[in-house]
Ligand binder design. Structure first.
Ligand code: NI
Length: 171
C-alpha cells in the first residue's frame, strides 16, 4: 500500500464531520486501512484518522509500542476502529501531553476522560468492545475527535501549555 500525505492544521478538510462506513470487508476499506497503518508507522504516530489523509470516513487506527515520540507511554495494541462510539466511565478529566501528525512539531496539555468504554467494528465488520484507561483512553479520544473535526488544540484549556517539542521543558 502507500504512505499518504498528511493534512495539516488549517486545512478545512480536518474540520469536517466524517461519514460512517456502511460496507465492511471491501477492497476499498482494506486499502484505506493499509494506507493509514503505513502512514502512521512511517511517521512514528501513535494513531491516525482517515480525515488526516483527506478521507472523509469514520476510520481510525492506533498502536503504541516502543514509540520514540511517546517513550513513556504504556503499550496500546494495534487497533483498527471503525464507526467508534465512546462512553466516558469517569467524569473526571485528566491533563496529559499530546501531539498530532497534523500539528507537527508541537505538543499541548489536553484534558481527557481517564477511563472509557469504546465500541465499533474492525475492517472485517467484527465488533470491538473495550473498556480502557490511561494513555489508551487518551489516544482513542484524540483519534475519535478527528472524526468530529476537532484537533487537540481546540480541547486545550491553557494555551501557555502549548508549544514546540524542542522548546517545552516537560512534554
Ligand atoms: Ni491527531
Amino acid at each position: 500500500m502507500a504512505v499518504r500525505d498528511l493534512l495539516k492544521m488549517g486545512d478545512p478538510r480536518l474540520l469536517r464531520l466524517a461519514r460512517p462506513v456502511e460496507r465492511f470487508d471491501t477492497p476499498e476499506l482494506h486499502g484505506l486501512v493499509a494506507d493509514l497503518l503505513d502512514t502512521m508507522h512511517a511517521n512514528d504516530g501513535a494513531g491516525l484518522a482517515a480525515p488526516q489523509i483527506g478521507v472523509d470516513l469514520r476510520v481510525v487506527v492506533f498502536q503504541v509500542e516502543n514509540n520514540p515520540r511517546y517513550p513513556d507511554a504504556e503499550p496500546v495494541p494495534l487497533t483498527v476502529l471503525i464507526n467508534p462510539e465512546l462512553t466516558a466511565l469517569d467524569p473526571a478529566l485528566e491533563e496529559g501531553w499530546e501531539g498530532c501528525l497534523s500539528v507537527p512539531g508541537l505538543r499541548g496539555l489536553v484534558p481527557r476522560h481517564r477511563a472509557l468504554r469504546y465500541r465499533g467494528r474492525d475492517a472485517f465488520g467484527a465488533p470491538i468492545d473495550r473498556t480502557v484507561g490511561g494513555f489508551h483512553a487518551r489516544v482513542v479520544q484524540h483519534e475519535t475527535d478527528h472524526l468530529l473535526g476537532i484537533l487537540y488544540p481546540m480541547r486545550m484549556r491553557d494555551m501557555s501549555r502549548f508549544g514546540f517539542v524542542d522548546a517545552l521543558p516537560v512534554a
